[in-house]
Design a protein around this ligand. Structure first.
Ligand SMILES: O=C(O)COP(=O)(O)O
Ligand SMILES: [Mg+2]
Length: 225
């Protein structure tokens, strides 16, 4: 049997871990590319581009090293304008996620959402997918001036929840989550259904893989006081 992590809190990544958001991101990316007169990207391509926040997604969609900073910034604004429209249109919590969060909440385990997605899109997405109320803290890609894989966002979430990083578990889907957890000093489990920037999830160094939301319930317990 796998180890159960005794925790004071859980930190959850959002895109690719709790919510399947690729459809809305791809709609916005292709609306931006069409507006800029550039070729469309497939859903699979966009899936590999997600993970390091919106500016990196736009940069990867455009793949144009000759772009000026001003043109790039303008493209990011175009993407954001479209994403404000598409965010939450087809995104859904993965199967079992809502029940899993409700069970953990009933066990009295505080939870935070730690996402590289900008705050303007995170709050509506959490609300539209019905999972906003589970989180005592939400740390977004523009909350601080660093993003995952930097450990700062995880440490900030712990501060907000009033817990020690040594007693939390991170649950994510990508190397950004795994590396930020390692650097912050907490264990990390990865969902197998997420977005991994094109690398197989089982090649990412972590403390274990979860192939269902329910599987997490077998791996954690509130830490004894
Ligand atoms: O916005 C992204 O690129 C990824 O967001 P995530 O950190 O919730 O996976
Ligand atoms: Mg993710």
């Amino acid at each position: 049997m796998s180890t159960r992590f005794a925790v004071d809190a859980l930190l959850f990544d959002l895109d690719g871990t709790l919510v399947d958001s690729i459809g809305d991101l791809a709609l916005a990316a292709n609306a931006m590319l069409a507006e800029l007169g550039r070729p469309a990207r497939s859903l699979e391509e966009v899936r590999c581009f997600v993970g390091k926040g919106i500016p990196k997604l736009v940069e990867r969609c455009l793949a144009d090293a000759s772009l000026t900073d001003a043109a790039f910034d303008a493209a990011v604004e175009v993407f954001k304008r479209h994403y404000a429209q598409t965010n939450g249109q087809v995104s859904q919590a993965y199967p079992g996620v809502t029940d899993m969060l409700a069970t953990l909440q009933a066990q009295g385990i505080p939870m935070a959402c730690v996402t590289n997605k900008a705050a303007a899109f995170t709050e509506p997405l959490l609300r539209l997918t019905g999972i906003a109320t589970f989180f005592g803290a939400v740390v977004c890609g523009d909350t601080l001036d660093v993003k995952k894989p930097h450990p700062g966002m995880l440490l900030h979430a712990c501060e907000q929840l009033g817990v020690d990083i040594a007693h939390v578990l991170m649950i994510g889907d990508s190397a950004n989550d795994a590396e930020s957890a390692r650097a912050a000093g907490c264990p990390v489990l990865l969902m197998t259904w997420g977005y991994t920037e094109g690398v197989p999830v089982d090649t990412i160094e972590c403390d274990g893989l979860l192939s269902s939301a329910n599987a997490l319930l077998q791996r954690v317990a509130p830490r004894a006081p």
